[in-house]
Design a protein around this ligand. Structure first.
Ligand code: F0G
Length: 463
């Protein structure tokens, strides 16, 4: 890591070896694309997007070492060497006994909850990610979010806003009975409250409570390295530890984890399910064979396993992590300077703009988040994601109006190692233009929608 403290600019710690051209569009084109897509950004063709901040999942760039590893892929159905290499990497980094590859995070979740949960069970988490919650609910079990109160307030500053409320956890266990809680999960970083980290102290405190009741702890470790670097930066006693040591300490507190490798695994596809429990691992592998594939490939090609193995090691590079968090912070601070309210402080992988405070003249029933997201696309070809009443609004009984989401957010998620500072500066310029015109923006209504996950396919029309 650079020790020259007089240098302020955090540069991308890589050079560009292979490029993918961006297809340029102008405002008029984009107006047509919006109309054709019925103002739903999921329906816009990717080639018509200039900067794609829809998600940080599977959208990052692989390194030359990962591409080299792809060529070593052993595509044997059983006993592949690529699996052996991945297993060795994960055992060394995370320390778990059983390493089960899956095609992505939600496949690991589905298998784990199918095996561990039954009807009437309760699973606590700091905040469940949507797929985690859905995979619990499909078992007819209940997913309970127990984030600390600071995590629910966008403007409150707290170094570890993703933490679980330990007192609420105790109350939940006492009320529910430990026999109905097959496991507790902690999501690192906590995506749903803004990519906010969880402290080591909190992980230990949660573990101490669970130990009293013999409840296992699993991490949803999609962004394990970003979380570990926040611990290094913010938690007393960790400033001199390596990220690798911190990751291992986090994992040692848990009994296993699920991983979407599409985030900190630095790959475009892949996931992991890890556990120290022999009996559980056997059941999980049996189910894996049924739906994902043989346990030495789990729904992936051998070359995907190789890329994941290298990615999991590369993500621990502290020059990379310093740049990663600096990029997110850079975007967040400049949006605040323009006048936007964002979830504070900036998280690891994304900035979340508060659309309700940006567009106070647009009520939730006219979708302020969708309005802002559409305007970012119209003005600059930037694709973001509404996380508000389009995604979470619910029909109200006996009333034509919906129950709105608690927050109206627009997420700008940063793909890993993909965009340079000038791309981010362009996003900031467009954001300024949108902000200056915000009072003139008008909302949307939904004209067609499906009963489940409507945000992917809903059709909108301007109000
Ligand atoms: N857990 C967390 C915390 C996630 O953020 C995601 C995915 C998953 C699990 C599921 O993993 O996509 O590999 O099946 N988050 C993406 C996002 C989709 O845009 O935040 P997956």
């Amino acid at each position: 890591m650079s020790t020259d403290l007089s240098i302020q600019t955090v540069i991308e710690p890589f050079i560009i070896k292979s490029i993918e051209p961006i297809h340029m569009t102008n405002r008029r084109d984009r107006e047509d694309f919006l109309q054709q897509a019925h103002y739903n950004l999921f329906q816009i063709r990717a080639r018509n997007v200039l900067i794609d901040l829809l998600t940080d999942s599977g959208t990052g760039a692989m390194s030359s070492e990962q591409w080299a590893a792809v060529m070593r892929g052993d595509e044997s159905y059983a006993g592949s060497e690529s699996f052996e290499r991945l297993e060795a990497t994960v055992r060394e980094l995370f320390g778990f006994k059983h390493v089960i590859p899956t095609h992505q995070g939600r496949a690991a979740e589905r298998i784990m909850f199918s095996v561990m949960c039954k009807q009437g069970d309760v699973v606590p988490n700091n905040t469940h990610f949507d797929t985690t919650r859905a995979n619990i609910e499909i078992q007819e079990a209940e997913a309970v979010d127990l984030v600390i109160p600071e995590g629910e307030n966008p403007q409150t500053i707290h170094p570890f806003k993703g933490n679980m409320d330990v007192e609420k956890l105790k109350e939940l266990i006492e009320k529910t009975g430990s026999e109905k809680i097959p496991l507790c999960m902690i999501t690192v970083t906590n995506n749903s409250v803004g990519g906010q980290p969880v402290s080591m102290e909190n992980l230990k405190a949660v573990r101490a409570v669970l130990d009293q009741y013999s409840i296992p702890l699993y991490l949803d470790a999609a962004r394990f390295a970003e979380n570990a670097y926040f611990i290094k930066l913010r938690e007393p006693g960790y400033e001199h530890k390596t990220v690798q040591e911190i990751v291992r300490e986090m994992m040692d507190i848990a009994d296993g984890c699920t991983v979407s490798a599409k985030k900190d695994g630095l790959v475009n596809i892949g996931g992991l399910l890890c556990t120290n429990d022999d009996a559980l691992a056997q059941k999980e592998k049996d189910l894996l064979i049924l739906t994902e594939g043989f346990p030495t490939y789990g729904g992936l090609a051998g070359r995907d396993l190789e890329a994941m193995s290298v990615g999991l090691q590369e993500v621990l590079d502290e020059d990379y992590l310093k740049y990663r968090l600096a990029e997110t912070q850079y975007l967040g601070e400049r949006l605040v300077k323009i006048g936007f309210q964002i979830i504070q402080p900036p998280g690891g992988h994304a900035i979340y703009i508060d659309a309700a405070t940006t567009l106070p003249h647009i009520p939730p029933s006219q979708y302020p988040g969708q309005t802002l997201a559409v305007e970012f696309y119209r003005a600059g070809g930037i694709r973001t994601c509404e996380i508000g009443s389009v995604m979470f609004g619910k029909p109200a009984e006996n009333s034509p109006t919906e129950i709105p989401s608690q927050l109206e957010l627009v997420r700008l998620a940063l793909p890993r190692r993909t965009y340079t500072q000038s791309h981010i500066d362009y996003v900031i310029e467009i954001a300024r233009d949108v902000f200056n015109r915000k009072d003139k923006l008008t909302g949307f209504k939904i004209i067609e929608q499906s009963p489940h996950l409507r945000h992917f396919t809903a059709k909108f029309a301007p109000c």
